[in-house]
Design a protein around this ligand. Structure first.
Ligand SMILES: Cc1cc2nc3c(=O)[nH]c(=O)nc-3n(C[C@H](O)[C@H](O)[C@H](O)COP(=O)(O)OP(=O)(O)OC[C@H]3O[C@@H](n4cnc5c(N)ncnc54)[C@H](O)[C@@H]3O)c2cc1C
Length: 342
């Protein structure tokens, strides 16, 4: 088994902001032996390492020194299939939306609301992707990852991954330790729609749909996303640029008193999740362009690159937005995509 690095690889089209960046070394891997060879070299030379999926949640600050590994494990198969549930295992290198579409065809339900999220299956557990009232963790079973500490494949259960709002051990306490190889989901053979999210409920009501099928919910999600979010191929972006801040009930009540139209949702007991898009919009940023970057005019949570922008421009804009939201509401915004090199 051999493994060949490509050198000076242009990643401009492998990150959804379209920022120019060249990887010093790059390799796509779908065999464990290749991964072990690549990691041995990374360790020997102490190269910085980035595991790259679809590049839709990354901000490339500059060229990437060291090594970039793209995990290309593919395929999916059903492991357990009983009367009401099935466990399906899927390669980390599969496209997320393609996988969701496959589940729909197979009649396996639970993840319809996460249709059309860009990126690969392997990155989905990293920030526990979520949309329209559903999180990946809702249907997560377990995963197989390569542990760079023990140098072996390990199985991690849902509890061990410590999923939270846009969070997991892969993003926080164990960042850089595990390389996700295959992921297992537990899905239902019986469809129960999750349409409490206002956008979906309004969409279905407008179509006169009272008891939606799985396909109708999937289609609703796709249509809503297409109408609200820019396509990275047309306008560089990484989806939501900021996480929705979670504040105590006391902070929420004070803000609600000052701003009765504040948009917020109950979170864990005693806490509320504020809609960051509302805060940014209210602070006057929606649709504003600052040179080559700006705030998307249909969704204030999305920062965009009009074509010639660089990470520097984007981070400057993000800093100004963060500052003005803090001044106006006393709330700290946190960037969602990962900055690389850090
Ligand atoms: C238009 C648009 C809409 C979006 N909408 C949503 C949304 O609704 N909800 C949401 O949660 N996100 C959303 N996102 C963000 C993004 O799509 C998700 O976070 C997605 O899971 C990132 O996948 P990726 O393969 O592109 O990961 P990348 O951007 O390549 O990587 C993200 C992180 O995961 C790590 N990683 C990737 N693969 C692996 C692996 N195999 N093992 C270990 N670590 C790995 C990387 O090192 C990096 O730290 C959106 C992005 C865009 C551009």
């Amino acid at each position: 088994m051999s493994m060949q690095w490509q050198t000076d690889v242009d990643l401009t089209h492998r990150n959804s902001f379209g920022f120019p960046a060249v990887a010093e070394r790059f390799v796509e891997i779908d065999q464990l032996e290749q991964l072990e060879l690549a990691l041995a070299e990374v360790e020997q030379h102490q190269w910085p390492l980035l595991i790259l999926g679809g590049g839709s949640n990354l901000v490339f600050r500059e060229n990437l020194p060291g090594a970039v590994i793209s995990i290309a494990t593919r395929g999916s198969h059903v492991l357990v299939d009983d009367e009401n549930t099935a466990i399906i295992e899927v390669g980390a290198g599969e496209n997320w939306h393609g996988f969701i579409s496959q589940l729909l065809e197979k009649g396996l339900h639970g993840l319809e609301n996460l249709a059309l999220i860009p990126g690969n299956v392997g990155a989905a557990p990293v920030q526990n992707i979520g949309a329209y009232g559903v999180e990946m963790a809702d249907c997560f079973h377990s995963l197989t990852a390569y542990d760079r500490e023990t140098k072996a494949l390990v199985q991690l259960s849902k509890d061990e991954c410590l999923f939270g709002y846009r969070d997991s051990i892969f993003k926080s306490s164990q960042q850089g330790r595990y390389i996700i190889w295959r992921v297992r989901f537990v899905l239902s053979t019986v469809f129960s729609p999750k349409t409490q999210y206002r956008g979906i409920a309004d969409y279905l009501a407008a179509q006169g749909i009272v008891e939606p099928t799985a396909y109708q919910v999937y289609q609703a999600v796709c249509d809503i996303r297409m109408s609200k979010l820019p396509l990275p191929s047309e306008l560089g972006n990484a989806g939501s640029f900021f996480e929705n801040p979670i504040v105590s009930e006391a902070v929420y009540s004070t803000l609600k008193g000052q701003f009765p139209d504040l948009v917020a949702y109950p979170d864990r007991p005693g806490h509320f999740k504020l809609a960051a898009g509302w805060l940014i919009d209210k602070a006057g940023w929606k649709g504003r362009r600052v040179g080559p970057v700006g705030v998307y005019d249909k969704q204030a949570l999305v920062l965009v690159n009009y074509g010639e922008g660089r990470a520097f421009d984007l981070l400057q804009l993000a800093g100004e937005i963060t500052h003005s939201v803090k001044q106006r509401f006393g709330v700290e915004l946190r960037m969602e995509p990962r900055l690389y090199p850090a």
